[in-house]
Design a protein around this ligand. Structure first.
Ligand SMILES: N[C@@H](CCC(=O)N[C@@H](CS)C(=O)NCC(=O)O)C(=O)O
Length: 215
């Protein structure tokens, strides 16, 4: 399999964690987002949105969207599971809560502070400090809501004793939060989740600084 990504992309980072948890080795193809690599004609043929990640599977399909890719991996390599299994009401509830938390990050925080959006704000033109403040506020507000979403949940991970799709989304988003100078002292539960995830090899090996295209 071949994963198209970029060391700093938090969406690709989610997939790297999932691959590591499943013990899967893939070829990594880096596209330099700041140099416009995601808009190269050859890449657009593969991923018409011009976004990373994309996963080329062994049977030649191209998968897009990090959450869809993580769930595809989870179906094909079920252990360790990224979502609780089983037909019972409790498992259904938990699956929906985990997906809800993951989507709060992937659909509502991340897209609004993404490079594409920030580039448009810069092109208005808005000064860099205004653009950065936009990103910081979006993340701060979103993570504060995420902290509340975990209010009644057992740790040490987002939803219990093992990492799930929720943790795969949270850890990279906290990386973005630091880049933009968010105040993380106000989200102690999220910090505790990160402290539980970080020592695990699957998470440690997925961090941007350990990728071959890291700068
Ligand atoms: N919803 C997509 C988001 C993908 C995405 O926004 N990727 C960013 C990097 S984290 C990207 O490729 N940005 C390029 C750009 O904004 O031009 C997913 O989860 O895969």
């Amino acid at each position: 399999m071949r994963l198209h990504g970029y060391f700093r992309s938090s969406a690709a980072w989610r997939v790297r964690i999932a691959l590591n948890l499943k013990g899967l080795k893939v070829e990594h193809v880096a596209h330099h987002l700041r140099h416009g690599g995601q808009r190269a004609p050859d890449y657009l043929k593969l991923q018409p949105q011009g976004l990373v990640p994309a996963l080329e599977t062994d049977h030649g399909t191209v998968l897009v969207q990090s959450l869809a890719i993580c769930e595809w991996l989870d179906e094909g390599w079920p252990e360790p599971s990224l979502l609780p299994r089983g037909p019972g009401a409790a498992e259904r509830d938990l699956r929906a809560r985990i997906r809800g938390f993951a989507q709060a990050i992937a659909c509502d925080i991340h897209p609004v502070q993404n490079l594409k959006v920030l580039s448009r704000l810069r092109a208005v033109p808005l000064p860099e400090d205004v653009v950065s403040a936009w990103a910081r506020d979006v993340i701060q507000e979103g993570l504060t809501a995420c902290e509340a979403l975990l209010g009644g949940e057992e740790g040490p991970f987002c939803f219990g004793a093992t990492p799930t799709l929720a943790d795969l989304c949270l850890v990279p988003q906290l990386g973005n939060a630091r880049r933009f100078g968010c105040d993380l002292t106000v989200v102690p539960r999220l910090m505790a989740v990160e402290a539980a995830c970080s020592p695990l090899p699957a998470f440690a090996e997925a961090v941007p600084s350990r990728q071959s295209d890291a700068e």
